[in-house]
Design a protein around this ligand. Sequence first.
Ligand SMILES: Nc1ncnc2c1ncn2[C@@H]1O[C@H](COP(=O)(O)OP(=O)(O)OP(=O)(O)O)[C@@H](O)[C@H]1O
Ligand SMILES: [Mg+2]
Length: 223
Amino acid sequence: MNDIIIKLDNLTKTYGKGKTSVLALNDVSLGVAKSDFTFIVGPSGSGKSTLLHCMCGLEEPTSGKCFWTGRNVYAMSDADRAIYRRGNIGFVFQMYNLIDELTAIENVVLPCFKNSRKDAFKKGVELLQYLGIKERMFDFPVRLSGGERQRVAIARALINDPEVILCDEPTGNLDEMACKNVMSLLNRLNKEDNKTIIMVTHNAGLVSDSSKIMRIESGAVMQ
Ligand SMILES: Nc1ncnc2c1ncn2[C@@H]1O[C@H](COP(=O)(O)OP(=O)(O)OP(=O)(O)O)[C@@H](O)[C@H]1O
Ligand SMILES: [Mg+2]
């Protein structure tokens, strides 16, 4: 039995108040085992992004608890949570969330704290090369296409070699070739380096036999 690396207990998330409030997550309890590759699937608006944001410490749930290897995430101070997240979790945002004022490579190395600046730059360039956008590394995000931005966001999520990688539709804007590259990178990180990966996708074709699937509908997870 693998160790549980992320655990959610009766998690509920409501956005807003009163008549216009939205129940995005409805009493979600689940565990993610170390080294699992888990896909999250479900209709648009079903709560997939909200679930990932709550899991990674970015969105405080309205009720319920989230644990990282037994540590109560939202009981930590904001500073402790940020430090833990930076050291252990890589996150690929659905909307990329790149910093417009920084070049592609600057975005990638920004969160790096494990290496010297020189080593971080070298690793960042390697990641961008693997992802097929090295030649655009000195461009600002505004000059990059959606798929190029997406790959910069993936490189940034991997720069600290995190144990857990959460990806919110990381291939949504990629062509077949780039999608294949990203999937083989994620599969390699999972199989060879035992990284725990949780990935939201609308593309059922990406779900492999060895992976787990979590289905979410109207904020409820059916495992
Ligand atoms: N900041 C917010 N304020 C208010 N409502 C929100 C907010 N973020 C999300 N929601 C609502 O919560 C629900 C779940 O949204 P979420 O973004 O998690 O869905 P999703 O499954 O990721 O959808 P998609 O596949 O389109 O990305 C939706 O009804 C959405 O409108
Ligand atoms: Mg989403």
